[in-house]
Design a protein around this ligand. Sequence first.
Ligand SMILES: C[S@@+](CC[C@H](N)C(=O)[O-])C[C@H]1O[C@@H](n2cnc3c(N)ncnc32)[C@H](O)[C@@H]1O
Ligand code: SF4
Length: 321
Amino acid sequence: MKYLFIRLHEACNAGCWFCNFAKSNDRFRLSPEKYQEILEECLRQKVNYIRFTGGEPLLDLNLPTYIRQATDLGIKCSIITNGSLLSRNVAKLKAAGLSQIIVSIDDIGENHNNNRQIKDLYNKAIDGLKRCKELGILTRVNTVCGPHNYKRMPQLKEEFSKIGVDYWELSALKLEEKIEYDATYDEIHEVIEKVYFSDDGIIPFGKMWCGDTLQEQNMYFKESIPPRVRTECSMTSRVRYYDAKNNNIYVCSLLPHRGLPKEDYYHFSENEKFAYTNDAIDRIAQKYRIHGKEICNGCSSTAAFYGERDCSYSEKSDWEY
Ligand SMILES: C[S@@+](CC[C@H](N)C(=O)[O-])C[C@H]1O[C@@H](n2cnc3c(N)ncnc32)[C@H](O)[C@@H]1O
Ligand code: SF4
């Protein structure tokens, strides 16, 4: 199974306090010509899935066309979005062949609107999810969890269960600085119990946001290291992440956010064609496959879970990752 993430651009209409792209007016946009080149390589490499991300991908008016072109080649497409523009675009996206939508929702109502600095965003995002469900697009919510919102995860669980969200990813907030929880063991475990062990609604997939084992939880709460693989990491064989503006490719979707040294990603030179793989990219993948368990400080609960499994592993569907 091969996934390609494409960061189309950095521009974003939201102002999330935890994100480097907050309210970015960056003018770069992926060109349709470059996208054709990417698709040709996806065909050669038998890429199964393309996930569009940003910035806010729905700001690119070419997106429905990009989805149609990939879908016509047998490649399934998903979008990860803040949801602000989803309702008004959902019919177009469905017509283009969109398979899955991933909406980022981290908190309830006004808390979410304030965190992301968009008026009424929570209702817009929920409405977008409902419209996707009506049209048969697979729905997933990505929630970034940290000290500021962890207590409301049970409430989010209730809301997502009510509308029948298909998948829920609950991942740890990552920041450059140390993340401190002003919470007791009992307070954290009350949340864990309600979210992961109470059979009254959707249960997030992957590892728990703060780790599954005592050792993982100690690393997370004491050192701010989110759960990562304990074995070799198979994500490096499944996933590539292309940052279109900077013309860089990464061997996992979590690495681009970590300020990596230059030798840990591959930069395409000006006239070089896009490649999903080459010797240099494979060498980096091999490094992270073996050493990810010691060096990855920005992994996600989902990638950590799948990274520990064989490439062919699929519990419910390939779209889980
Ligand atoms: C960079 S956003 C791009 C797509 C879209 N704008 C959105 O918010 O869904 C991709 C994902 O990264 C998450 N994210 C952003 N900053 C983060 C951080 N500091 N720690 C963990 N996840 C983060 C977002 O919540 C979102 O789910
Ligand atoms: S909506 Fe997404 S890209 Fe935009 S600021 Fe928030 S997390 Fe970043």
